[in-house]
Design a protein around this ligand. Structure first.
Ligand SMILES: C[S@@+](CC[C@H](N)C(=O)[O-])C[C@H]1O[C@@H](n2cnc3c(N)ncnc32)[C@H](O)[C@@H]1O
Length: 354
């Protein structure tokens, strides 16, 4: 079976070596997947914000019912040791400086009614987030700036696949000093917390155990994606998450070869990371323009704007773009040329099936 036929009833928008992107309502697309087939669903749904974003948001009271429909299907499609990671921003109640409880009601509903387990609650701290809401934070100065998203890690069973040694955090300077010269810095003792700080603490494990507070600025440049959008004069997706967020969970909760799905894929940050990490991936997104622009993530700066334009149009015209030959044959050639700026021998389009 070829990758553009993975879903029985839907044609892929584009296909890469490791994955495929589909345009459609994820409820329909998810239904087409075999049960117990997905290792990790990593996603960030449209948030239940009061302010309407350009891709539409549900009112808060409808929001949880709406999201629960997707979650029920996710539960069915996950492998027994699979995980469902959901990034959710917080919000305020309309017109009052009071927080909405919707993102806390979600884990309760998903665990009580759908059968998920909350494997761990994570918090994504984005230090580059702008102060909001303007009324309470900037104007009246009665609330602090909101810079943390909740990231719920749900699992289908109590023991999902997970290996924290694959996402170790860099050691602190203090720890590095201790590792360099354990005898100088290290005094074995029992801490008041009950932790026995023995010799094992001076062993270099390649990094420290990360905490469930992930500090990731959302300020990365998204190189090829943004330059593709610019070349083709299309708007970039307004709510992308930083690649480091899916990267953390993909490494932590799946192995190379496992299937990773993003059901609200937007600009397909998840698919791009999954591809780099050697995981198979599927991206579902119901806005064709977002899907078409997300293909730029798999091209290079050597591709010409007019070629990118053609790829974009082909996807918008609902013709599958197969990038596998391009990845297999053109990318290694580009990599082999020291001054890749000068690489212009073959057109990107020559590598695509007609
Ligand atoms: C917060 S954005 C995801 C952004 C993404 N994480 C990224 O890095 O680009 C949510 C996306 O879900 C899409 N969406 C909303 N409802 C959908 C549905 N029923 N099926 C598929 N996609 C949907 C929206 O168009 C939007 O692009």
């Amino acid at each position: 079976m070829t990758r553009n036929q993975i879903l029985k009833d839907t044609q892929a928008a584009y296909v890469t070596a490791e994955g495929a992107a589909y345009c459609g309502d994820s409820l329909d697309l998810l239904r087409q997947l075999p049960d117990d087939s997905v290792q990790l669903v990593m996603t960030s749904p449209p948030f239940a914000l009061q302010r309407q974003k350009e891709y539409g948001n549900k009112e808060q009271h409808e929001y949880i019912d709406w999201l629960a429909e997707f979650a029920t299907l996710v539960h069915q499609k996950l492998r027994r040791d699979g995980s469902f990671v959901l990034d959710l921003g917080g919000s305020y109640e309309k017109g009052v400086p009071v927080r909405s409880l919707y993102n806390f009601r979600i884990p309760i509903r998903f665990c009580d009614e759908i059968g998920f387990f909350l494997a761990e609650d994570f918090y994504w701290f984005n230090p580059s987030k702008l102060p909001s809401p303007i009324e309470w934070v900037n104007k009246r100065k009665i609330r602090a700036k909101d810079s943390v998203n909740t990231v719920w890690w749900f699992s289908k069973t109590e023991n999902p696949k997970a290996d924290v040694t694959r996402v170790l955090a860099p050691y602190s300077n203090r720890m590095k000093k201790l590792l360099d010269d354990p005898d100088k810095y290290y005094q074995p003792k029992m801490r008041p917390s009950g932790h026995d700080i023995g010799k094992g603490f001076s062993k270099d494990n390649g990094g420290s155990i990360p905490s469930n507070l992930l500090q990731i600025p959302n300020s990365e440049s998204n190189g090829q994606y943004l330059s593709g959008c610019k070349a083709v004069s299309v708007k970039q997706h307004p709510a992308r998450f930083p690649a480091k967020l899916p990267e953390f969970f993909i490494r932590f909760l799946s192995n190379p070869g496992d299937l990773v799905v993003d059901l609200f894929a937007g600009s397909n940050t998840t698919g791009q990371v999954a591809e780099t990490e050697g995981r198979q991936w599927l991206a579902f997104e119901n806005n064709i323009e977002y899907v078409a622009a997300s293909a730029f993530r798999f091209l290079t700066k050597n591709d010409k704007p007019e070629e990118m334009q053609k790829i974009y149009k082909r996807i918008c015209d609902r013709k599958t773009v197969d990038l596998r030959k391009y990845q297999l044959e053109k990318l290694p050639k580009i990599a082999a040329v020291t001054n890749s700026e000068s690489y212009s021998q073959t057109s990107l389009l020559d590598y695509l099936a007609p």
